[in-house]
Write a new protein. Sequence first.
Length: 201
Amino acid sequence: MWVACVRLMWPIMAASVLLLPLPAAPTTSGPKTVTVQLQNNGSAALTSVTVQYTLNGGAAVSQTFTGLNIAPTATGTVSFTTQASLAGGANAFVLTASLPNGTADPTPTNNVLNVTVYTALNGAYTINNLGTASGTNFLSFTAAAAALNNGGVSGPVTFTVSNGPYTEQIELLAISGTSSTNRVIFNGGGRTIRFGSANTN
């Protein structure tokens, strides 16, 4: 369920880590198996590789996958034994691949990929630009809208707004999971959101 491409370059061995397509929203929070797709960009079969991920700045989870037999230009999938526990809203992953067939990478700086995975919102949240970003507090309407547009909802959602003002413009798309009971409510509490348009027409 994860992202695009980390390229590892060696004269003979070159591997990419391709994230599988994201699951259809709404996606629930909780433990999830991290499955990645490997692509062999080298000229010899890929038999082993080490892949590592971190979630929301937490401890790194690393696993060496052996017994592979991925031909040049072909792809294969592997799954981590240790699951990732997704929080509600945005989840920041950092994915690193290294040591194809046990070969050290001479240029490791190009092997890292960052991706945000969204899960469905459900319950009470705040929008407080003077607070700390967390699983229940968004620093802006833009961040809240991104969580709704990308992750959808799995129940009624209420945003209580404090502090501000907020100078931004947002667009809410068709939010997955919404219904007559699963409504999204913004309780502005008299706070201000404004947009500084440069359009003089």
